[in-house]
Design a protein around this ligand. Structure first.
Ligand code: SIN
Ligand code: CO
Length: 390
């Protein structure tokens, strides 16, 4: 029996194992956004975390983002969840694929796996999607706008990839399927193997046996999204004074016409809109730390009082809830879409919390403990389950 087939307990691999012994510096320099990379046995034993039945159960949950893709006689069909157990049990023996996004929010080991990729900034990490497919299943030849790590969790899958520039898609198809796909390279992935693909790299994964793929996806905001979201942000923060006035207005025989002077005056008002570098920083911090719109936090049902919270904080330490996004930019801290008004002295601890997503047991100043207490009551943080050494 080879090492890779020996069943074992899942443990999040350390960075060295994850990148097959390569340093993250070398990975970014030689592969990131540049070329594909296959790492054999990078993440073993994922089948111990979730199997096909486990994924089907997740796909039936109200809060899960599930999709079912079917390929029937050259036609692609997509159905969105939540699904019923009966619907999923009635599926045929081949040629479909069930995909669940945001598994990091539904499974704590999935969350730990996603965070193991924090050799890239959290602001770039998006989510963990897990798919299950019987033989023949897949989502067809396509490309993604973002970098992706595709990890084989269970069974075998053949991945075909292509560096083609031709990215034309089939018209009128519910899935983004390439019109033409010219295979450059292909591999059979076995449990634990991981394939990295740069953005826009064409790929097609076909299940050879019952098969599960874990995809680590990255955030890639579009220029259009940045511009429109910044304008939305600006609308709430802008403050211009003055009202339109036309003391020189004169009589016109064409009351339907907008006077030239009026158009000029209104344009002058619009051109008074200004924003600073600090405004853009503020927007970027808020935007990147904003959880997705379907995310809601669960405050504790019977929260501890402030004194009991501090005792537990000293004994256990705290960690960010899987849904919490905490980032910093320069001296400013952001949590779940809000900017933090924090004293400068708190910065080292806040940076530690944002970088490690947890704080070890310890006594803290009253103001800092008070801030953590507010976040605990909002469901943004929770206690470490084991005393964490950071
Ligand atoms: C899959 O899990 O089947 C699809 C993943 C991908 O191609 O990005
Ligand atoms: Co893809």
């Amino acid at each position: 029996m080879t090492k890779r087939n020996r069943p074992g307990k899942f443990a999040v691999p350390d960075l060295k194992a994850l990148l097959g012994g390569m340093s993250p510096t070398r990975f970014f320099r030689e592969y990131w956004h540049k070329k594909p990379l296959l790492i054999r046995n990078a993440v073993p034993n994922l089948d111990q975390v979730l199997d096909g039945d486990g994924l089907k159960e997740l796909a039936c949950r109200e809060e899960a983002e599930g999709r079912l893709v079917r390929h029937v006689r050259d036609n692609w069909k997509v159905q969105f969840g939540p699904f019923t157990a009966a619907e999923l049990a009635a599926l045929p023996k081949k040629d479909w694929s069930l995909l669940v996004s945001g598994v990091n929010l539904l499974n704590s080991q999935g969350d730990a796996l996603l965070n193991a990729f924090n050799f890239a900034p959290y602001a770039r990490l998006d989510d963990l999607m897990v798919s299950y497919a019987p033989p023949g299943g897949g989502v067809g030849p396509h490309f993604d706008a973002y970098d992706v790590f595709l990890i084989q969790g269970l069974g075998r899958r053949r991945w075909e990839i292509s560096g083609q520039d031709d990215l034309e898609l089939i018209d009128d198809c519910p899935l983004r399927i390439l019109k033409r796909f010219r295979v450059d390279q292909s591999w059979e992935l076995e449990p634990g193997d991981m394939l990295y693909l740069p953005p826009q790299y064409a790929h097609n994964g076909v299940a050879l046996t019952d098969c599960m793929t874990w995809s680590i996806g990255f955030r890639t905001p579009t220029a259009q999204e940045m511009a429109t979201q910044f304008l939305v942000y600006l609308q709430d923060s802008i403050c211009l004074d003055g009202v339109y006035a036309d003391p020189d207005l004169s009589y016109s025989k064409h009351p339907g016409r907008i006077p030239d002077g009026m158009a000029r005056g209104l344009k002058d008002m619009i051109q008074r809109i200004r924003w600073s570098d600090a405004d853009m920083d503020e927007f970027i911090g808020r935007y990147l730390s904003e959880p997705k719109p379907h995310i809601f936090f669960d405050p504790p049902e019977r929260p501890l009082g402030a004194a009991a919270f501090r005792r537990r904080l000293a004994a256990k330490g705290v960690r960010l809830d899987a849904r919490t996004i905490m980032l910093y930019l320069g001296q400013a801290f952001f949590i779940n879409g809000e900017r933090l008004e924090a004293e400068r002295a708190m910065a080292p601890l806040l940076r530690q919390l944002a970088d490690r997503r947890c704080l070890p047991p310890g006594d803290h100043e009253e103001v800092f403990a008070g801030l953590l207490y507010d976040w605990y009551r909002s469901g943004f943080i929770t206690f470490n389950t084991v005393a964490t050494q950071v």
